[in-house]
Structures are given as C-alpha cells and as structure tokens.
Design a protein around this ligand. Sequence first.
Ligand code: DQA
Length: 148
Amino acid sequence: MKILVIHGPNLNMLGKREKSIYGEKTLDEIDGLLKKEGQALNVEVVTFQSNHEGALIDFIQEQADSAQGIIINPGALTHYGFSLLDALADSKLPVIEVHLSHIYRREEWRARSVIAPLAEGQISGLGWRGYITALQVLVGELKAKSSR
Ligand code: DQA
C-alpha cells in the first residue's frame, strides 16, 4: 500500500518559520517520522513538497494510479486552491487534510478550507503529531475496507 503525503507552499521552511505557531521540527524530520510510522504500519509513504500549485497537481496526477490514499497539508492553498482541489477530486483517492496550526483560532481567512468538503476528515492544531495520526487513521480505514 502506498500513501502520498503532500506539503504545500512554505512548508519547506518549517523549523525556521514562526516556530511558536508551526513548531520546531523541520519538514525532513516530519517526513522521517512519517516514513518510520509507515514502516511500522507496513505501508510505503511517499512525501512531496512544492511551493507551486502546478507542481503539486503534476505530482498527484503522476502518482494517483499507484497510490491508495493522500494526506495533504495544502498550506495557504487550503484557502483558495481550486485547481489543487480539482486534482485531488480527480485522483479519486481518500484524502485527509492536516494543518499544524489551529486554523480556526487564527485570522478569519484561514478558517475557510476549500479542500475540506472533499476530505474524509481534517486534523488542525495538533502540530506534527497530526500527520502521524492522519496516517494511522487512513491506513486503518484502508486496511479495514480491503478486508471487507
Ligand atoms: C497551515 C495553515 C495555513 O493557513 C498556512 O497558510 C500554512 C500552514 C498549517 O499547517 O497550519 O502554510 O496549513
């Protein structure tokens, strides 16, 4: 089983960027923890980050047929990324949306996610652990479905 973990714009700056909001861990550290959890769950975790919406879309289009689910933190594209939303919908894969920060406690414009209606669920405000939890839930659901 292959799970795609996709990070949107500016998330390459984790560890340097607004640490009080996004935490101390770098993106490489988070990706490493996700891969480790993937090994424990016996699934392949493929991670990808881009600052460009088109590159995120290209990645989804290239990978969707060989993957079983997507975990995505779309960064600010969360709030207006309609092309990204369309690519996620076209992938036909189950999607879990993750935010490091609590998007409902911050500026008003962050409280709207254009991705959320498509996602199976959303984790917001739990820091890097939100990604790990999303992976556990997604894999748990996929395994339960395949054994039905
Ligand atoms: C974010 C929240 C977004 O509003 C912001 O633009 C980000 C990160 C988060 O993980 O909390 O880049 O998605």
